[in-house]
Structure formats: structure tokens, C-alpha cells
Write a protein that binds this ligand. Structure first.
Ligand code: SAH
Length: 501
């Protein structure tokens, strides 16, 4: 069974397009369909046609394990391979109406309209449901756009009225459902007996609702059945669902840069602890009912000390809450995320960490400054420009002041003059390119591209005060060619230029 086509079928992503066909010029009644899910395992399904269109239908049908018979003079390569592997049967004849007898479904997929119509007429006469591909009028059923998270399926149909709209909707739902969502359904199916043994029918639903809100469901998504099993048992023993913490990187500002997982967990949270750097547009995406707690830190004004945040996370999770710790950028890059989860790990609280796009990647991309480049930068270093308590920078200057690399400095706005002076003192030319990106990726993004010598003055003149990232290296020059983001990109070039004058 080493047919290449079979390998493709088995490893294909769990997403299939099965677009309904347009119902052109149809009357209102002809758009009416009743959706059902049909059991096909072991049933006879007749497919008329042996080309690509037929093959597409076969690919989908096979997942439901019917006995497929294909009527066609010739089969294309894919179908021949399936036939050779014994997965479909080939009837190498012309279509004859008697072939539809005893079938559960019939699909007409030839490129000959007259043949397709004859198939539909024969199936109708025998009361067998029939679909003519791309021709809804003679079809007694149509196939929806499918999102497959077996055993869970989402089927979308506009009755053929607007297949493109149905497909758009499919894309949106697709993004909401993690690829392994089906695992939750499988688990619930397997555990049905266990729940039924302990609770009467009326109370089971509450157990499942609680389970889906618990860390158990998340455990299944990452493939940890043992943890899910323990969580379900806890609930069955009358315990409350465990709390959990989601340490989520929200990216640098543009909500479009959130990951699917970040968004999903944001929409599950009971309470959110967030930082100063989070844009209102991102906070808007957190579940409406979630309690919002601001714990932001500013360079000089500490809103909530880190150890208080750490203990607060533990306290809230112990109350059984789903706690979202939302951080700008990536939680593990200058985000103290490590310290927060150390406390959680020590307290035995379930947690997960969701990476986010860090300011360096976000700002670089939106400013048109590639962080590495074959000709200019073979390495990229991220450092913090935050001064120690004594006001000094504790940085490895001989390492940083090198050509052939890019240095990205977080939290360096306050120490910008010092930073630029040190680069020069340690040997980089005063004309070495350097840029400051303020509020990167947001609609307020400003980029000030200059040299080590004149950047501090330009930044001061521009009255920069938002979150700012410093990028030092020859790659900064590429911005002239590669800058692409927003109307402000031009405005800021002018701004930098006007200061030059
Ligand atoms: N964990 C975050 C960094 C937090 S430290 C991340 O991975 O991005 C805070 C510093 O990040 C700020 O002082 C600034 O230097 C930088 N920063 C974060 N968001 C930024 C943005 N949108 N534009 C410019 N700099 C940003």
C-alpha cells in the first residue's frame, strides 16, 4: 500500500474545500435545503466520471468509508491508483440507469452535461439522492463547504446562492478552530460512559460544560490525555475546575499580529492582567465579561511590583479562574514571563505560554528594515538599554560595536544619547546607520532613520515619547527601498528630513 496518492490522502491537512456549486438564477424554493450528516460507511456510492472533478469528490468521500463504484471509460492517474489499491471499484462501461439501483448516493461528475443529466434522471426515478457537480438544478442534494476536525465537522451552505460567501465564512471559522479540535470531541465520546455511570442525564451537561472551561480541554489540544483525564475525574469527584494561567504574547501593537492561539485564549479569560504597552484595540478583543486589571510598569513609576503580579496570578488561578496574563510582544523577550511562570510552576498551577511577535520583528518588518541581510548583517543581537540603578549601562560594548551585525535595543529611549556615544567610543563610525521606531506596527508608528551621531538630536526634536526601539546597523539603509507601512511612513521621512535642514 505504498501508493503516493494514498499517502497524500492520509496526511492531507484536516481542511478541505468542498465548495457548493452556484445555483444560478434559481427560484427561492430551489435555494431551500435541509442539512443532514449522512452515514456512508459500507454503503454503495456511485460516481459517474473519471477525471479531476470526480477525483476531488472521491478524496472527500473516502473519509466516510463508503464502497465507491466509479463508472467511466477511463480513470485519471489518481483514481487509477486508488483502484489499484482496492479503495474504489472501477466499472469500465458507459453509464446505464440500472447502475443506480441500491445506491445510497449518486454523484455525476463527467464533463458531458447530457450524461450528467441522464444520471440525475435515473437516480431521481429510483429515489436515490443525486448531486451533479457544478449543476444544482438537477441535483437533489448539494455538498457544503466543510471544515473537518473529525469527528467534529462544520458544514456551510448558502443553498448555492453565494458559494463565495460560504467560502469566506469557512475561512473565518477555520481560523477559530485549532487543527486538533477534534481530539476534544473524541475524548468526550470515549468518556461518555464514565460520566453516565456517575451522573444522571440531567446533570451530565454541567460536567461537560465545566470540563470544556477547565485546563482539561486545553490539555487535549496539546495532546496531554493524562492531564485531561485527571481533570475530568476531579470534576466527577465533585471538585471545582482548576484555574489556569495563559501567559500570552500580544505582539507589538497591531491586533492583526496576534496569533490564532492568543486570540482564542483571550476570548476564554475570566480575568486579564495587562501591561502598559497593550493597545486598546488588542484589549478590545479580550472576552467582554473578563475583569480587567492593569499592572503596567513604566520606567520610573512601578504600578505593581513584579512579585505582587506573580502572587496575584497564583491567587486568581487558585480561585478556579482562567487568568490571562497579556504581555506586549513576546512574553519571554524582556517580558519577565519566566519569573511569572516560575511562581506558577512552584505553586502547581496549570499554565501555558503563547509566543508573540516581539517588538524587534514587528518594528523591523513595519519599518522596512530586515534584521539580517546576506551583505550587511550576519547576526542580530537583542539587548536592553535599561540603565542599572546607578544610571550606568551594563552592556558588553566590544561585542555590540561590531560591523556585520544588527543590534536591537529595547527600552533604550531614556539612554539613547549614552547608547549612541558608546557605539562610537567602541569603534563604530559616527556615520553608522541607526533608527528609532516609535509605536511600531501601530497607526502612530514613526521611524526616525539617522546615524549614530545625529540620532539623539533628531529624536529629541521629534519629541518621541511612545514605546521605542533602537535599531543599529547597516540594514537601516534598506528602509529607503523597503519601507512600505502606512501613510505615516512618508510623513516620518519628511519629519526626519525637515530636522536635517
Ligand atoms: N516583551 C516585549 C518587550 C517588553 S520591554 C517584546 O517582546 O516586544 C518594552 C520595550 O519593548 C519598550 O521599551 C520598547 O523598547 C519595546 N517595544 C515594545 N513594543 C514596541 C513598539 N510597538 N514599538 C517600539 N518599541 C516597542
Amino acid at each position: 500500500m505504498s501508493q503516493p496518492t494514498i499517502a497524500i490522502l492520509m496526511t492531507a491537512p484536516s481542511t478541505f474545500t468542498f465548495d457548493e456549486t452556484p445555483n444560478a438564477g434559481a427560484s427561492a424554493d430551489s435555494l431551500l435545503f435541509f442539512p443532514i450528516s449522512l452515514r456512508l460507511a459500507g454503503s454503495r456510492v456511485l460516481l459517474v466520471g473519471g477525471g479531476e472533478v470526480a477525483a476531488r469528490k472521491v478524496r472527500l468521500l473516502l473519509r466516510a468509508k463508503p464502497r465507491i463504484e466509479i463508472v467511466a471509460c477511463e480513470l485519471n492517474e489518481e483514481l487509477s491508483a486508488l483502484c489499484a489499491a482496492g479503495r474504489v471499484r472501477h466499472l469500465a462501461t458507459d453509464f446505464a440507469p440500472s447502475q443506480v439501483q441500491g445506491c445510497r448516493l449518486v454523484i455525476a461528475a463527467t464533463d458531458d452535461r447530457a450524461v450528467n443529466r441522464a444520471v440525475a434522471a435515473a437516480a431521481d426515478a429510483a429515489n436515490v439522492p443525486v448531486n451533479v457537480v457544478d449543476d444544482p438544478e438537477p441535483s437533489s442534494f448539494i455538498t457544503p463547504a466543510i471544515i473537518d476536525r473529525a469527528p467534529l465537522q462544520v458544514a456551510i451552505s448558502s443553498g448555492g446562492a453565494a458559494p463565495v460567501l460560504a467560502r469566506r465564512l469557512r475561512e473565518r471559522i477555520e481560523a477559530m478552530l485549532p487543527g486538533n479540535f477534534g481530539r476534544i470531541a473524541e475524548f468526550m465520546h470515549r468518556m461518555r460512559g464514565r460520566v453516565a455511570a456517575k451522573y444522571p442525564a440531567g446533570e451530565r451537561r454541567a460536567i461537560w460544560e465545566n470540563f470544556l472551561d477547565s485546563p482539561g480541554a486545553e490539555s487535549l489540544l496539546r495532546g496531554d490525555e493524562t492531564a485531561a483525564d485527571l481533570e475530568l475525574q476531579r470534576l466527577l469527584d465533585g471538585g471545582a475546575a482548576s484555574g489556569q494561567v495563559f501567559l500570552v504574547g500580544a505582539g507589538p501593537g497591531d491586533p492583526d499580529l496576534l496569533t490564532f492561539r492568543a486570540l482564542r485564549l483571550m476570548q476564554q479569560a475570566d480575568v486579564v492582567l495587562y501591561d502598559r504597552l497593550l493597545s486598546p484595540a488588542i484589549l478590545d478583543l479580550v472576552r467582554r465579561d473578563a475583569t480587567r486589571i492593569f499592572v503596567g510598569k513604566q520606567r520610573s513609576r512601578h504600578a505593581v511590583p513584579q512579585d505582587e503580579i506573580n502572587t496575584e496570578l497564583v491567587r486568581l488561578a487558585r480561585e478556579g479562574k482562567r487568568v490571562l496574563r497579556l504581555k506586549g510582544g513576546d512574553p519571554f523577550i524582556f517580558g519577565r514571563g519566566g519569573e511569572e511562570i516560575e511562581t506558577l510552576a512552584a505553586a502547581g498551577i496549570p499554565f501555558q505560554v503563547v509566543p508573540g511577535i516581539t517588538a524587534a520583528s514587528g518594528c523591523a518588518a513595519y519599518a522596512g528594515i530586515p534584521l539580517t541581510h546576506r551583505d550587511y548583517a550576519q547576526a542580530c543581537i537583542f539587548v536592553t538599554g535599561h540603565a542599572r540603578a546607578d544610571g550606568k549601562l551594563a552592556l558588553n560594548w566590544p561585542l555590540l560595536a561590531q560591523t556585520g551585525q544588527t543590534v536591537v535595543i529595547y527600552m533604550g529611549l531614556g539612554t539613547l544619547p549614552q547608547l549612541c556615544a558608546q557605539f562610537i567610543a567602541y569603534g563604530l563610525p559616527a556615520e553608522w546607520p541607526a533608527a528609532l521606531v516609535e509605536e511600531g506596527t501601530s497607526s502612530a508608528q514613526r521611524v526616525i532613520a539617522a546615524t549614530l551621531a545625529d540620532l539623539p538630536a533628531k529624536v529629541e526634536a521629534a519629541q518621541v515619547s511612545g514605546a521605542s526601539l533602537l535599531i543599529v546597523g547597516e540594514v537601516v539603509r534598506l528602509r529607503e527601498k523597503l519601507g512600505w507601512f502606512g501613510a505615516r511612513a512618508n510623513a516620518t521621512t519628511q519629519l526626519a528630513g525637515s530636522i536635517d535642514d
